[in-house]
Structure formats: C-alpha cells, structure tokens
Design a protein around this ligand. Structure first.
Ligand code: PEP
Ligand code: MG
Length: 875
C-alpha cells in the first residue's frame, strides 16, 4: 500500500508528532478539541525524507497528493486558489518533531497575484489591506524561498516612507503599497532573473520545497547537533488557510505563553499588535503592546483567548506557547506547543503543576530538560546584551558557562594578570598540565585544537570552568601573543567572550549574570533520586572537587585520576622526575616524594566524601602531557636531579612516542615499573586506615582501579602487586579493612575478553573516552580536525566523544557487561568517561543495566535527572 503523505487537520492528533511534526500534530489536536483553528493540512515528515531520497525532488505521487489536499482544503473553506470570487490564501510553515529555530520561517498570504489582489481589494472594500498582503507575500517568498536578502525590500520600504514623509508602515496608503509591490517584483526579477511566480500552485510547491530544503541548512544542522535531533527525522510542512490580523483596527496578531517562560510565574505573558501580521511582532517593526492591554482593546477576543489558554494548559498539562490572530474581533489559533523556557522556569513550572494537581512527580521529573540545568550551575551571559554581541566563531562547547575577559596567551600571563585583578581568557593552541594554574586563574579557556575529551575539556569540566575547544578557524601566533579570527586580529589584552555551552566566541566583553539555584531545584532533584536506579558518582581529583560533587548529589567517586593530583606547579616537578628517572633507585626516590602527597590527598578526598565509595585510579599519564617542554623547566629539572640539561633532554628524547595515546601509559607503567603500583597502593591503604581510624562510624572500602588493562594476565600481575602490599599493610595495622580491586575497560581487547577478566575483578569501569578512541581508531585529541567534514557529509551526526556511539562503542560496552557478569554475577559495573554526564548516554547506561555512571561534579545533577528520566521511561 502506498504511503499517505498528507493529513487534514481533522485527520491527525497530538500523538502523531513523528509524522506530522509538533506544529502539525498540535494544529490537529486543537481542531479535535474544538478550538478555532483555520483549517488546512500537513505534509508529513516522511514526504521530506522521500524528497531527500529522490535527490531533492518532490516525486509525482507526493505532488499529486498535495494537489488532492489543496482541493480538499478548498472544499472545506469554500475558497479556491486563484479564484475570481473567493480566492484561497494560505500560510506555509515548517514544523519538525522537535521545535527547531534556525529552520525556515513562515510564508504568509500565499496564493496572491495581480488578479487575485484586485479581487480581494474589491471584495473587502479594503484595498490597502489587499496590497499590504501582497507586498508582504512577495517579500517573504523572495526572502525565504528564493533567498534574496530581506534588506533589499526593507530599503525599498524605507525609501517609500521617506518619500511620503511618514515614519510608520501603517501610514502608507493602498497606492503606496501597490507601488511597493511593483518595486518588489522588479527587485525579484533583477536578483533571480525570472518573473515573480503568479500561479498559486507553483508558489505553493516552491514554498514546500523551501521548507524541505531548510531541514538541511547549516543553521539547522548545527542546531540539531547541539540538541540531539537526528537528521533522519525530517520536517513536516503545514498549509493553513489564512486568518488576517491586518484588515483594520479590529484585527491583530499576538504571541503568548500561558506562564512566564523566563521565571515560570503563573501569569499570561505575551505581546499583541493591532492591525498586523505575525512577522511584525517577531521582527520588531512596531512595538507591540503587552498582552494585558489586549483585554481593553479586544475584550471579547481576549476573554475567548483566556479560555483557550486554560483549555490548552489543562489539555497538555504544561505551559503553552501560542500564536493567534484576531480577524474582525474573532479569535483564531495558529499554533500551540509546550513552550521553551529557562531552566529556572522549567523547575518552577514543574513544581507548580504538581502542586496544582495537574501532573505527578514522575511527569515533573520527565519534563525538565537535563542539559538546561547547566545554566543554573554556571554563570550565563546577560540575554539582552548577548543579542547585540557579534559572534566571531563557533567551536566545541567543551565546558559550560559564560566567560568574558582579556586575551592572554600563556598560563603565566593568565596568573599574573588575574593577580592584578584582571579578567582573562586563556587562549592556547592546546592545553597541557603546565597550564593548570593559568586555567584556574582565567575566566574561560579557548583552544585551537582538541576535542570533547581533550586535556582542556576534561580539566575545565572538572573545574566547572567555561571552555570552548578546537576552534580550527583561529590563526594562532602564540609567539607574538595574537590570533586572527573572522578577519579580526586579537592581541594580548583584547576583550572576548566565550559561551561554553554553545561553543560561540563573541567579540568584546559581554556582561554575565551569576548562577542561581532556587528551592525547586532541590525538590525536582529529590524526586529524581526517588525514581532513578542508576547510582551517580563523580570524577574528582581534589578534596574541593569532591566536596562540590557531594553538594551536587554525588554518591561516590567513580574516577579519581591520580596523575591530575600533580598538575600544580609545586608538584609537577616530582612526577616529571619519576617519569624521567632512568634507574629504579632514582624512580624510587621520586616516588618517595610523591607518596606523602598522594596519601594526604587521598585522606582529604575520603574526608570530603564522608564515607561514600571512592575509586582511585592508578597513574595513567599519557607521558607526552607531562614531560617538560620549556627550556627553563628542563633546566630546573636537571638541577633537581643532579643531571646535565643534555642528559635530561636525552631522557626526554628517549620517551618520545609516535602514538602517545597508545603508548607507555596506564597499567603498562606498572608492568614496567612495579614500584609505581606499590607506592600508590601504600598511599591508598594508609590513607584509608588513617581516615577509618578517625571515623569509626564510616565503613571505608577503598576501590583501586587499574587503567588500560587489555589482558587477564596483565591485570592479574598488577593486582598481585596491589594485594601483596595492601594485605601486608592491613595486617601490620591489625585492621580488618576491606578493599576492592577492579579495572577499567577502555581497550577493545579487554571488552572482548571481559568474561576472562571478570572472575578476578571486583568491578569494571568503562573508560568510554579511550574506548571510543580505540574503537573508532581516531585520536581523542585530533579527531576535531576532521569530524566537521563527517558532520557535513552526514557520516556522523554527533561527536562520539561527547555522546556515546550506542551502535558501535555502546554495543561493545553492552556485550562486555553481559560477558563480565556471566562469569562474575557480583561484578559492579559503571562508566567513567565523559559520556557519564551526557543525558542520552546515561539513558543508554540505564538500559544496558550498568550500576552507576560517573561524571564531572557540575554534571552530577544532569546525570541524576537523566537517570531518573530513563527509569521513568522504562517503567
Ligand atoms: C576514559 O578513557 O574514558 C577515562 C575515563 O580515562 P581518561 O580520560 O583519563 O583516559
Ligand atoms: Mg582512559
């Protein structure tokens, strides 16, 4: 049976979003519940998909069906396209499953031509209105369908107003508008090289194609990637009979929300414009009146509208965002949808709806978008100021928040400037552990290279610091402390601003507003905790991060990256010494310096976590991140180690690796240098013994995690060292301390051999960063350079380092979890790569039965909410 590509509004309903898009489904639903909706039909998302499959063509079958539905629509409305008595005019609007700004705008008054406009003028006795509709149509069609810029038409309007000595559009007469329409058509012809189409059917097909085309425009593609909307969904097209808000002073148009979308306050919020069409409100051509004034000017329509608002909220049980028109005092509804809202408003609305008895707790949890919680935890740009700011570039939104500061190009400068009280943005080709202090001092970090799991991204997320990474458009000149972006040269001290959520880079200083957490946050989080099954842990390496994570609801630490504990200036030297040692004695000497530092840190972390589980991962320094590169650092190291600069340089040269990410790191270090594992075991166990003694009420069970395991015997070897040292220490202390030893699964071989490894492992933690890197076979630091081309060509839709590739990497994780449990039913399973804080990846972890996810502290609330939503969906 052939597919049905068109649905009258009377044939659809709210559950048909996938096919009819959000707008189409809601127009149908409003029709069903008896609201005044100008009738029409929706061309389905499947028609859009087919359009692309057919090489961007509307095939004969779909064309015929659209024509058939135009006829049906003509039958319903009693009007006809191009008719000399009663012509049909329609609006054409896009409507995807999820609302998507960045796609095609609306086209109004389609169906007009020189003949029809005369008919309308005569019939209505209102030629001004008829010509106003026509000039608007030419303008919108040219802009939206043919992509002739709006500005040319606006210039013509301005000229006309100047010539007539008026300032407002509404002051132009019918004659003026007629003349303008003529000028518009001439402009169209000069730009397009053809006459403006007169046949309404041809106009309609042009508009439908433009909507389909807009699904693939660059803005839509970026929006989809940022918002997890699959390309395969396609958009629907709504063809709706026009209601006119521009027929005189008893007409108008408005946009309104049933509650305040910024604060959540339960009060009608919106704007209304008399004698106008929809786009006037949005375009700001005239200043609209607050919706409350509509009550005075249009008491009947307003009363009707208030009723509609109540009906719609009761029906959808959520805040609605509506568009409507009043034609000669009569109300018409053009759109309703669950309104977009700030995170603050989302929490308040969800709680209020529960208190009003409209929804239950589960629904409240389900209706808050986890990702938006970011905005409650980090500073944000002032929304008004942001609108006026110039976007200079866009890269990866690696760590959320908003930051404004003066450009500096080295960590030292960042620190020095910050100490002088300056706000700075640290701009680097890429960051390394040497930059940590500078990153801390800066408001935000911008890098030219590196992806979502690059050093800069991971560390910035841990700090809760704004970071935009991988901006390949920057032409960097670090030496001369300047860079070029979008034709502008930024020198040291020049202001710029970063949005770590969208990845936008703005010129100059954009004011920020601080984060606010209200009481509703706690209520929603409490409900989320009640309904989720997944445990949420955090990735934290310092007592301060651990404390923050506890405040945000972390139930433990899933990953403490011990090498991160040596990022500070006063410590990095010690770990470099360890790395650059060429004898066991030297290494042990360096390790002896590290041990008390580690033990102290572990004690601090245990204290901060108040008895919750803590997984400490053994050293996993990709060596290239740690060896000194600056001459001064090399000299300092030579001094400390009693060697010559040349000797140190020779050691560094010896450490050079062609693929450091696949090099001498992870447990391979413990295999070559068992003394490292011994030192770390002593630090973990002694710290636990001390803290346990101080807090007998806690039941500490330290968890030691071995990274980058690929083979059972390799893990067995390192585990052997750990248990020997740990058991001796515990015995010596006369303690009954228990501990666990588990491994990360981040090498595909370990995943494939999970059933071998599981019997001797207490837990698996999936290191999805390295696992993604190795399953795809592209470097987590370099993939950003070519992934854009993959997005453009629709080969990949998302960055697999940010959103788990469920089909490939996810399948491996799911199988490994199953294989592991098959030989060790008690195996505790979690994930600690960056995906642990990504909502769709968290949902996947829930589905495949992991026990916990672990993510950076500021993403803990997001993971809690996402885990609850996954459980609620699953129930
Ligand atoms: C991982 O690889 O997923 C992981 C958590 O380890 P790291 O990012 O430190 O390599
Ligand atoms: Mg790893």
């Amino acid at each position: 049976m052939s597919k049905k590509y068109c649905y009258l509004f009377t044939e659809g309903n709210a559950n048909m979003r996938e096919l009819l898009g959000g707008k189409g489904a809601n127009l149908a639903e409003m029709t069903n519940i008896g609201l005044p909706v100008p009738q029409g039909f929706t061309i389905t998302t499947e028609a859009c998909t087919q359009y692309y499959e057919d090489g961007q063509k509307i095939n004969d079958e779909i064309f015929a069906e659209i024509m058939e539905y135009i006829e049906k629509m003509e039958g319903i409305t009693g009007k006809k396209f191009g008719d000399m008595e009663n012509p049909l005019l329609v609006s054409v609007r896009s409507g995807a499953r999820a609302s998507m700004p960045g796609m095609m705008d609306t086209i109004l008054n389609l169906g007009l031509n020189e003949t029809v406009v005369d008919v309308l003028a005569k019939k209505s006795g209102n030629p001004r209105w008829a010509w106003d509709c026509y000039r608007r149509f030419i303008q919108m069609y040219s802009d939206v369908v043919m992509e002739v810029g709006k500005k040319y038409f606006e210039q013509l309007i301005d000229k006309m107003k100047e010539a007539r000595g008026v300032t407002q559009d509404v002051e132009l007469t019918a004659e003026d508008l007629k003349e303008l329409a003529g000028q518009f058509k001439a402009e169209y012809k000069s730009k397009i090289g053809q006459d403006f189409p007169t046949d309404p059917k041809e106009q309609l097909m042009g508009a439908v194609k433009a909507v389909f085309r807009s699904w693939d425009n660059p803005r839509a593609n970026v929006y989809r990637r940022d918002n997890d909307i699959p390309y395969s969904w396609g958009t629907a097209v709504n063809v709706q009979s026009m209601a006119f808000g521009n027929m005189g002073d008893d007409c108008g148009t408005g946009v309104a929300f049933t509650r305040n979308p910024a604060t959540g306050e339960k009060k009608l919020f919106g704007e209304f414009l008399t004698n106008a069409q929809g786009e006037d409100v949005v375009a700001g051509v005239r200043t609209p009146m607050p919706i409350a004034e509509m009550a005075e000017k249009f008491p009947e329509a307003f009363a009707q509208f208030e009723n509609v608002c109540k009906t719609l909220e009761d029906h959808y049980r959520d805040m609605q965002d509506m568009e409507f028109t009043v034609e000669h005092g009569k109300l018409y509804m053009l759109q309703t949808r669950n309104g977009k809202r700030t995170a603050q408003a989302a929490l308040k609305i969800a709680c209020d709806l529960v208190d009003e008895g409209m929804i239950d707790e589960k629904k409240a949890v389900a209706m808050v978008e986890p990702r938006t919680l970011d905005t409650l935890l980090h500073p944000q740009f002032d929304a008004v100021a942001l609108k006026e700011s110039k976007v200079m570039g866009k890269a990866l939104g690696a760590s959320p928040g908003a930051a404004s500061g003066k450009a500096v190009f080295s960590a030292e400068d960042a620190k020095a400037w910050a100490q002088r009280g300056e706000k700075v943005i640290l701009v680097r080709l890429e960051t390394s552990p040497e930059d940590i202090e500078g990153m801390k001092a800066a408001q935000g970090i911008l890098t030219v290279r590196g992806g979502m799991t690059s050093h800069a991204a991971v560390v910035a997320r841990g700090m809760g610091k704004c970071c935009v990474s991988g901006c390949g458009d920057i032409k960097m000149d670090e030496e001369n402390k300047k860079f070029e972006l979008a034709g502008k040269t930024y020198c040291e001290g020049d202001w710029l601003s970063l949005d770590g959520s969208t990845g936008n880079i703005y010129d100059g200083a954009v004011p920020t507003v601080d984060a606010t957490i209200g009481g509703e946050f706690g209520r929603i989080m409490g409900w989320a905790d009640k309904y989720r099954r997944l445990e949420v842990r955090t990735n934290a390496d310092t007592p301060a991060d651990a404390k923050k994570a506890r405040e945000l609801g972390a139930q433990g630490i899933g990953l403490c990256r011990t090498e991160h504990m040596f990022f500070n200036d006063d410590r990095i030297q010690a770990i470099r010494e360890m790395i650059c040692s060429d004898t066991v004695e030297q290494r042990e000497k360096a390790l002896a310096k590290l041990e008390p530092m580690q033990q102290g840190d572990f004690e601090g972390i245990y204290e901060a976590m108040e008895g919750c589980p803590v997984t400490i991962r053994f050293l996993d320094p990709p060596l290239h991140e740690f060896v000194p590169t600056e001459e001064a650092d090399i000299e300092a190291m030579a001094r400390d180690m009693g060697k010559t600069v040349e000797e140190i340089k020779a050691v560094i040269a010896g450490l050079h690796e062609f693929n450091p990410m696949m090099g001498h790191r992870g447990c391979r270090l413990s295999v070559t240098f068992p003394e490292i594992a011994k030192m770390q075991t002593r630090a973990v166990i002694k710290a636990a013994l001390n803290v346990q003694a101080r807090h007998p009420e806690w039941d500490l069970v330290p968890e030691i995690m071995i990274p980058l395991v690929g083979e059972l015997k390799e893990f067995a070897y390192v585990k052997g060292i750990v248990t020997e040292v740990a058991d001796a220490l515990i015995k010596e202390a006369g303690s009954s301390l228990k501990y666990k030893v588990g491994n990360m699964i981040e090498i595909p071989r370990a995943a494939m051999c999970a059933d071998d490894i599981a019997p001797i492992s207490d837990f698996f933690s999936f290191g999805s960063n390295d696992l993604t890197q190795l399953v795809f076979g592209f470097s987590r630091d370099d993939a950003g350079k070519f992934l854009d081309a993959y997005y453009d060509k629709k080969i990949y839709e998302n960055d697999p380092f940010a959103k788990l590739d469920q089909h490939g990497v996810g399948r491996l994780i799911s199988n490994a979890a199953r294989w592991g449990r098959s030989t060790n039913p008690d195996l505790h399973l979690g994930i600690c790569g960056e995906h642990g804080g990504d909502p769709s990846s968290v949902e996947f972890c829930h589905k495949i039965g992991l026990d916990y996810v672990s993510c950076s502290p500021f993403r803990v609330p997001i993971a809690r909410l996402a885990a609850a939503q996954a459980a609620i969906k699953d129930a």
